[in-house]
Each structure stands twice: as structure tokens, then as C-alpha cells.
Design a protein around this ligand. Structure first.
Ligand code: MEV
Length: 426
């Protein structure tokens, strides 16, 4: 029987759930109970979440954790992180503490401008197009006046409009390449509204607008985070050896794309967790970061390391287009709370906090990889997931966790310990 449906979005929430349960699940009552188990008891809060997207049936929880002890430009922070990966918050917390005794993280914003483009087709003379553009440029700005008014009051707005000839790449393809400053907002709606107003003003019988949209490639909305210390302050048995091996690991990520992607994924473990916690758009941040990593024509590491005159330095540079106003930042109660935890940062502050979280995560991963290996810490943190999957009781959880303290965790070892324990208890 066909499962095609029309008018689904018009169904009530109950109707949607019932239809789904009947058509896609074996056991409707279990399905419905699972979906409803995650509804919020407070009706108003549930309604707020229902309205974020279309066809909401329930909420999908992810844990919100906190990594305290971050020292960033001499300010102390507890960083909120939303992630499903068990070791991320633990690693961030450890590294935050480690660097807090060595001057902490130093960060700078290198730029804040964002890009939007009106893509169009024009088959006429280039000179005529240029003349038309130059004669009408002020009208393009004027067409956005009602949209830019408030942004300009906050010090933002349209910084520049350029006509770009792309006909070498694609026949008759030109664009308006527009630079924006959006201050504390991520600015997606603002930029797209401006672009559409500009496109409407710009179009003629000869200029066919194909599309108007912001770019998530923001190489000039850039932030840098750095840590440094004397090699001997890195601690451990042989700090010189550690520094050299760590340096090698970064160099490998700089030259080897297979490694660079995983290396950068580790950085994004930290960044995405803060991006999600603060109600920002993690797909935009991910797309922009990886495009930046490939800006030289070859995918490379976002972080770098140097060892000079006994000083170990480790830093990261990446674009981050994020906001602290607008979107769901004030609407989602936990995003709002996360921003308050971060002392109500400006977008620039938030860029620096996120870059720090990324650098900390990268440091933790490389430190583990070049010393004990990654599985030691990962499996230690994953232990609780394995135990939950096995359906252990509280008592069994306590017992098995105690047993694995200081021992290497593996799935097989946990199952074996669990079975032995169950046998002795029965
Ligand atoms: C796992 O989520 C992230 C790492 O693979 C990062 C890395 O290899 O650098 C540990």
C-alpha cells in the first residue's frame, strides 16, 4: 500500500504521529509513547519548540554540558557545550585547566565582514553593463534603506557593492558581490533581504537574475586563538619530546588531506558544541570552516604549531559567522541561558570563545594521539553508554565503573565483566 500523503502539514500533531505510527512502525503504541515521552510538560515551552520547524512531532534531546576554567584574554569562562560525543566536554575541561596555569588562551578577531551575491545572466556588451551599474549604484543602496536603517544605527550595513565578471568561468555569468557588516547578528535574514531588494532594483529586460543569496564562505569574518608556553612548562616525563611529536602531528595535518579532515573534525567537535549551545547555525559554520581549510587549493589544517627558542606555540585561525542576537538566540531558553553563562558576549566575543573551544579540543586530541592514543580516553568516557546499552542497574553501573577505574575499557571487556557480575548476583 502506498504511503504517499498530501496535506500532512495541515494535520494536527496527534494526527501526524498516528499516521506515522500506523504507516512506518510495527508497534504503534510503543512508537507513540516514545514520541510523547519527550514532550515538555510545560505546554507553552512545547509550543515554542513545535513552532521552530514544520511538522514537529517531538523533541530530540542532546546533553548540554559545561567546560569550566577557561581563561581567554585574562577573563574566566565556563563554556556551555552541546554534543553527543562522550569525550568532548571532558577533554575541553582538562585542557582549559591545563592552559589556565600557563597564561590561558589569547584570541583576536581579524575581521567581521560577510558576503552576499546576486547572480545574474547578461548577454550584452560588458561596457554597457558597467555603465548601467555605475550609474545605478546609489539606487542599489537606496533600495535597501528600510532594511538597513536599524542595522546602520548599530554600526552595520552594506559596506560595498562590486560588479564581477564571471564570464570566463560560465557564459554570460556576472554577479553583484556585496560586503556586509552585521554586528552582533549572524545576519542571514538581513543579508538575504538586502540582496533581494538590490536584485529587484537592478534587474532589466537584459539582466536576468538567477538567484540572490548570502555566502557561507566568509574568509574575512575571521578569528584567531593561540596558546603558548616554555617547552619545559608543558610538563610530563619528557616535554621536549612531547612538543616535537605534537609539532609533527600538526605538520602532518598541514600536508596530508586525509589527516587534515579528521584533525579539523576534532576542532569542530569543540566549536560546533558551542555553536549549538548558543543557538547558532552549525551547518553554516561547518561549511565556512572547511571551505577556508581548502582556500589554497588543497585541504589543510586549520591549526598550526611552532617551536622557537624553547617556546611552544599552538594556534588556530578560522572564519566564524555567528550571532548573539536574532535567530533563536533569545527564543530558545537554553541558548539564552548559554549566552548568559558566557556573560552576554558580543558576536566578536563569541567568535573568540568558539575558536578557543576549537583549539582546546584540537590540543586534547593531539595530546592523546601522540601519547596514550585516543581510545584510552574515548572508551573511558564511552563506558557509561555501553553500560546503558546493556541495561545495567544503578548498582551494577557503580560496580562496573569502579572496576574499570585505571583499566583499559573495551566493549568486549565491559560485556564480559557485566556477564560475570550478573552471574554472581543471580
Ligand atoms: C574524534 O571525534 C576526533 C578526533 O578523531 C580528532 C583527531 O583525530 O584529531 C580524535
Amino acid at each position: 500500500m502506498s504511503k504517499k500523503i498530501s496535506g500532512f502539514s495541515k494535520f494536527t500533531k496527534e494526527e501526524k504521529i498516528n499516521w506515522l505510527a500506523e504507516n512506518y512502525f510495527k508497534n504503534s503504541s510503543i512508537t507513540i509513547a516514545t514520541i510523547k515521552q519527550y514532550w515538555n510538560d510545560t505546554e507553552k515551552l512545547q509550543e515554542l519548540h513545535d513552532d521552530f520547524i514544520e511538522n514537529t512531532i517531538s523533541n530530540f534531546y542532546l546533553p548540554l554540558g559545561v567546560a569550566p576554567n577557561f581563561l581567554i584574554n585574562d577573563e574566566e569562562y565556563a563554556i556551555p557545550m552541546v554534543t553527543e560525543e562522550s569525550s568532548v566536554v571532558a577533554a575541553a575541561s582538562l585542557v582549559a585547566k591545563f592552559w589556565s596555569t600557563k597564561g590561558g588562551f589569547k584570541t583576536t578577531v581579524l575581521g567581521t565582514t560577510k558576503i552576499g551575491q546576486v547572480h545574474f545572466i547578461y548577454a550584452g556588451e560588458k561596457d554597457s553593463l558597467e555603465t548601467y551599474f555605475n550609474n545605478n549604484k546609489s539606487k542599489l543602496y537606496a533600495a535597501t534603506a528600510s532594511i538597513t536603517k536599524n542595522m546602520e544605527k548599530r554600526g552595520g550595513g552594506i559596506l560595498d557593492i562590486q560588479l564581477v565578471d564571471k564570464t570566463d568561468a560560465l557564459e554570460n555569468y556576472y554577479q553583484l558581490h556585496i560586503t556586509f557588516e552585521t554586528k552582533d547578528s549572524m545576519g542571514a535574514n538581513f543579508i538575504n533581504s538586502c540582496l533581494e531588494a538590490i536584485a529587484t532594483q537592478f534587474r532589466t529586460d537584459e539582466i536576468e537574475i538567477v538567484m540572490s543569496i548570502l555566502s557561507n564562505y566568509v574568509p574575512e569574518c575571521l578569528v584567531r586563538a593561540e596558546v603558548s608556553c616554555k617547552i619545559e612548562d608543558l610538563g610530563g616525563e619528557d616535554p621536549q619530546k612531547f612538543a616535537e611529536k605534537f609539532y609533527q602531528a600538526v605538520k602532518i595535518a598541514e600536508v596530508e588531506p586525509y589527516r587534515a579532515v579528521t584533525h579539523n573534525k576534532g576542532i569542530m567537535n569543540g566549536i560546533d558544541a558551542v555553536v549549538i549551545a548558543t543557538g547558532n547555525d552549525f551547518r553554516a559554520v561547518e561549511a565556512g570552516a572547511h571551505a577556508y581549510a581548502a582556500r589554497l587549493g588543497r585541504y589543510t589544517s586549520l591549526s598550526h604549531c611552532s617551536i622557537d627558542n624553547g617556546i611552544f606555540k599552538f594556534w588556530l585561525e578560522l572564519p566564524l559567522a555567528v550571532g548573539t542576537v536574532g535567530g533563536i538566540t533569545a527564543l530558545h531558553p537554553l541558548a539564552k541561558l548559554s549566552l548568559e553563562m558566557l556573560q552576554k558576549p558580543s558576536a566578536k566575543d563569541l567568535m573568540q570563545i568558539m575558536a578557543t573551544a576549537g583549539l582546546a579540543q584540537n590540543f586534547a586530541a593531539l595530546r592523546a594521539l601522540t601519547t596514550k592514543g585516543i581510545q584510552h580516553g574515548h572508551m573511558k568516557m564511552h563506558l557509561q553508554n555501553i553500560l546503558n546499552q546493556l541495561g545495567v542497574t544503578h548498582l551494577e553501573k557503580e560496580e562496573i565503573t569502579k572496576y574499570f577505574d585505571g583499566k583499559t575499557v573495551s566493549h568486549a571487556a565491559v560485556v564480559s565483566k557485566f556477564n560475570t557480575l550478573r552471574e554472581t548476583l543471580n
